[in-house]
Design a protein around this ligand. Sequence first.
Ligand code: SAH
Ligand code: SF4
Length: 391
Amino acid sequence: MTATAPITQDVMTIPRKLPEGPINLVGLTRVGMRTALIENGTPEKQAKMRVGQIWQWIYQWGKRDFAEMTNLSKAFRADLAEKFIIEVPEVVTRQVSEDGTRKYLVKIAGGHEVEVVYIPEDGRGTLCVSSQVGCTLTCSFCHTGTQKLVRNLTAGEIIGQVMIARDDLDEWPEQGAPKDETRLLSNIVLMGMGEPLYNFENVRDAMKIAMDAEGIQLSRRRITLSTSGVVPEIARTAEEIGCQLAISFHATTNEVRDKLVPINKRWNIEELVEALRAYPRVSNSERITFEYVMLDGINDTDADAHRLIKLIEGIPAKINLIPFNEWPGAPYKRSSGNRIHRFADIIYKAGYASPIRKPRGEDIMAACGQLKSATERARKSRKQIEADAGL
Ligand code: SAH
Ligand code: SF4
């Protein structure tokens, strides 16, 4: 097993508003956009209405050019174009898996890269969004956790991932079109790179845009935030975002969880479970998803299944079993199919849904826990080559 580094959330945070040059409107809250417009000469009395109009053009109709915002005066559009930009991350590569899963490598400010994965299913689909470049946590079974470089994404870079996926899916409705009932991008999961609750404000602001009735218009029931267990932020997630919650549980004793999910050393299983009890009530979510990665010989015994049931007793829950997805150099193996089914069966008989997650996009390294930016991989392998050569 890999040694665990100290748990830290010290990451580079870049300011939302750059001191010079045009301001990117993508990712600003409604209040933030209003302030930016007023500071740049929009009369206070008009500002709220202008925000509503610009907001709809950007998030409901997917426009990136002020010239297309035809319900604004020409002079105002020209003025906006001078002072503001509408910018989303740049797609560097786009890979499509045999099973239709799409993986985008996107470049953000500073030349950093993150991965975004779109998983289609029966005419709908889930977008797996990243919240950080890399992750400060070092879960021993997760590829992202081995990436050294870490920075928080801005709200614009987070909602920008949703916008580029909608671009690629060609899914921006025409202005005035009736609300689309079925969407290719129907769900968002914050299960990409990073720990979303270590970047709370930016994740919250981005998800508010995703849920906004004049924004991306996804119901909060279709947005799931996955956390490794940042206990002090869980109540806040219920109050300020109100989306569905998934917990990377992965073990039933503190001894094992300390090794798999090292944040457990700061907030252990008992503290985590206590924080979860209030969640569904406060957020109006139906139930909490417990994610459980199946690692051969580590956390997959019948006794583990029974302990899990006991631990979560009384919490409306669904247990999502994730067959371990391997990555180069990973220190674990996937539990056998029989073992996973037996484990699922015990949980199911105790009255909980226990779906086994089908690995998607494995051929393009897009499955859960396999994400790690390509540049970082390239750098690591060069280093490895040098080490092998004794340099
Ligand atoms: N940082 C957040 C969200 C990103 S990880 C979290 O940890 O919850 C999304 C899910 O994939 C988590 O449940 C994570 O534990 C799981 N995961 C990580 N590496 C994995 C791997 N190699 N195989 C299967 N699941 C993995
Ligand atoms: Fe970070 Fe989540 Fe991976 Fe753990 S499982 S290292 S918290 S991304």
